[in-house]
Design a protein around this ligand. Sequence first.
Ligand SMILES: [Zn+2]
Length: 213
Amino acid sequence: MDIVLFGIQGSGKGTIARAVSEKFGFHYFETGAELRKLSQENSPLGHKVKEIIEAGKLVPNDIVMEIIEHFMETVPANESAIFDGIPRKQFQAETFDALMKKLGRSYIGILVHVPEDIALKRLTLRRICESCKAVYPADYDRSSCEKCSGELVTRSDDNPESIKTRFAAYFEETMPVIEGYKARNMLLTIDGIPRIPEVRDATFRLIEEKLLK
Ligand SMILES: [Zn+2]
């Protein structure tokens, strides 16, 4: 069973997806990372991706689907993948469904649910290391980076206005996708309000109980 992980920015979704991938050996898919990896590859798809990135264009959905199909070739039938941040929009979800059906994969959505006000607070209070770009949550109480001792600063696009713009895209575009999973009984929900390690462990338990039995 593959997993599509949903969550608003600030939900900790990315951290949790990588933790799930490490703990259970799920193959991790995140579009940005996959694009960067592919653009280094000497293959027809790699060249195509490199060209699009270098032209500064958005990668069209049909190429994204081609990338997912290429990625799934590396996932044996008895192993699982976890998708972080995709599908993001309704039309993309439809093409994703069609692709997964074609590949004979079964999958479920997991939503890391964090109310908008809490996510907003977390994002405005998080800090980033100026040197190594490590991200620190609101409750990290030291003034320098624990990895490189660099200075911690607030990201300029982590102001409430630009965060709310990013949130609006989530509610307008991704929420209908999540509702669609729910309507098809393909959605499990995790309470994302506690601290990330707790949410991560709750996600592990949910996967063990519902998906690995
Ligand atoms: Zn650092």
